[in-house]
Structure formats: C-alpha cells, structure tokens
Design a protein around this ligand. Structure first.
Ligand SMILES: NC(=O)c1ccc[n+]([C@@H]2O[C@H](COP(=O)([O-])OP(=O)(O)OC[C@H]3O[C@@H](n4cnc5c(N)ncnc54)[C@H](O)[C@@H]3O)[C@@H](O)[C@H]2O)c1
Length: 289
C-alpha cells in the first residue's frame, strides 16, 4: 500500500488523545471512522472535537464552512464491523494491555488484509501488541502528544515484527498530518518520556528532600533552561498519578532506579493530591491570591 492509497482512517477511542487525532485526520481531508465503547463516550468525543474546532474558528484560523466540512468527514460507531473498509487504524483506547488486545482481535475479524494498525500507547510494548494481531508486520507505534492538534511531534516505534513499508506509511501519514516524526526502538518511554519522566521524578525527589521549594524548582528549570513549564507544575497539569504510574511501569521493566517514583508521590496519589484537577498537587489551587 502507498500513502496515496490511504483514504479512510479508523480511530479507536475518542478521549483526550483520540479526539485530537480524529480532528487532525479530518482536517487533513481524510474520512474518519471512529470506534468508541458506548454512546456516552461518543458524546464526550464529539464535544472535545467540536471544542477543538471552535477554538480555530474563534481565532479566525478556520472558516465555519470548513469546520462543518471537517465534522461531516467524521462518523462514530460502537460496532467494529463498520471499520471493514478502513485503510489505516490508530488506536487510542485505555492504557490497558487486555483492553487493547481484545480490541485488536475484534478488529482482525472485520478489517481488510492490508490494513495497518498503529497504537498511541505511552507505556505498553508495541512488540507484545503486534504479537496478538493477525499481521504483526503491519503493526506499529505512533505516539502523539497532548494536545494533538497543537503538538508537532509523533514518535514512530516499529515492533520487532514491523516491516519497512509499514514504517514508511506511518511516517508519511504523520507528516501528512503536519507533524515531525522521530524513529525509536520499542523500549519503555520511547525517547521523550525516557528522558522526561526521570527528570520529573528527580524534581519530586529534590522537593521531597527539602532542597528547594516547588516554586524555586520550577522557576529554576523555566528560567534556567527555557522550559515552558517547570517539572512539578507539569506533573500537576497532567496528573501526578500519571507520572507515578508510568514511572512504576518503566521501573518494573528496566529496574533502573531513576524510574522509581519517590515516596512523596506514592503518598500524594493515595491522598488524592493529583494536581490541578483535584485542586491540590505540588501546589495548592484552592488558594485565592
Ligand atoms: N493523555 C495523554 O497525554 C497521552 C499522551 C500520549 C499517549 N497517550 C495514550 O493514548 C491512549 C489514550 O489515552 P487518553 O488520555 O486519550 O485516554 P482517555 O481515557 O481520555 O480516552 C480513552 C477512550 O477510549 C475509549 N475506549 C475504551 N475502551 C474502548 C474500546 N474497547 N473500544 C473503543 N473505545 C474504547 C474510552 O471510551 C475513552 O473515550 C492511551 O494508550 C495513552 O497511554 C496518552
């Protein structure tokens, strides 16, 4: 299959990541068929996409007619058999191997023979997922970043079984979406999280040891390295529990102590101090100043 043969894209899951991928694919001009778990999730996905497009229209970056055309290219389903004519599938369902395995096996019963499956997983093995599928050579990782319409990077992660054509197609498709790709072997954290997660955990270790305040750690990294957001604020923004769980998964796999989350994070997760969404994390968001 050539890049120009890809006409219909299937996206599984329309949560934070899936919705962004759907928006970008439809904006690129593809017909997008979305598979979701239930009607409630479909409503949520639709409203995330409509919100994303509204921002573009409000800023004058997209005409209302173009928004309507983008929306008309997207159809939602709960029955996998509707994905029988898609050329390329991007999976963004829950980060759980059993959920993903069940989904790929269901898709295998209905999809075309030359379809490519790409997973947007952040922490699971691409090679293991490929091994569950009928055509492991047509399986690959495509790791997008949040928010997908804004973030320019896609990490491309071939499984041990992936063939060269599939790598070429995945890179070509991401570039058609307007993204820049980097190629990385199937390894915990790929490139970005392999470097970012230990740095965030180290920042929590400095905080735990009382070496500096949260504000000073973040200010030091923002002003000293030009990061747009300090590591502790970033964890509060994305959810302290995410860095905690991801660190644990990588630690279990690599036994590298850099990935072992500090005790303060375990306690914060237990206490429900998950960051902005719960009002408290490394910072207190309930204070009015
Ligand atoms: N959130 C991030 O910053 C981020 C970044 C990069 C990659 N990822 C990865 O993207 C994937 C999705 O993450 P998210 O943050 O969008 O999660 P999310 O919880 O916001 O969305 C997941 C969606 O998948 C749907 N879903 C669950 N099981 C399904 C099934 N069997 N069939 C169809 N749909 C199903 C859910 O209804 C939900 O809408 C995960 O693998 C995650 O590791 C997340």
């Amino acid at each position: 299959m050539e890049l120009s043969d890809i006409k219909i894209i299937g996206v599984c899951g329309s949560g934070s990541m899936g919705a962004g991928i759907i928006q970008v694919a439809a904006q690129t001009g593809f017909t997008v068929k979305v598979l979701e778990a239930n009607e409630q999730a479909i409503s949520r996905g639709k409203s995330i996409i409509e919100g994303g497009l509204k921002k573009l229209v409000d800023k004058g970056k997209m005409a209302p007619e173009e928004r309507d055309a983008v929306i008309s290219r997207i159809t939602f389903y709960t029955d996998a058999s509707n994905l029988n004519d898609v050329d390329f599938i991007i999976e963004a369902v829950f980060e759980n191997m059993d959920v993903k395995k069940e989904l790929f096996q269901r898709l295998d019963k209905v999809t075309k023979d030359n379809v490519v499956y790409a997973s947007n997983t952040s922490s699971l093995s691409i090679t293991e997922m490929a091994s569950f599928c009928k055509r492991p050579n047509k399986f690959i990782g495509m790791h997008f970043f949040n928010p997908v319409p804004v973030m320019k990077l896609v990490e491309i992660i071939p499984a041990l079984q992936t063939d060269e054509d599939t790598i070429k197609l995945a890179r070509g498709l991401a570039e058609k979406f307007g993204k820049t790709t980097v190629l990385c072997k199937d390894t915990p954290g790929f490139i970005v999280n392999r470097l970012l997660v230990p740095m965030m955990l180290d920042a929590a270790r400095l905080y735990e040891a009382g070496i500096a305040s949260a504000e000073d750690i973040d200010n030091a990294m923002v002003l000293g390295t030009n990061m747009p957001m300090g590591p502790l604020k970033l964890m509060d923004f994305t959810g302290v529990e995410i860095a905690y769980y991801v660190g644990n998964i990588f630690y279990e796999y690599t036994k590298d102590p850099r990935f072992n989350p500090p005790d303060i994070m375990r306690k914060m997760v237990k206490a429900g101090y998950l960051g902005m969404k719960t009002g408290k994390g490394f910072y207190d968001y309930t204070k009015k100043d």
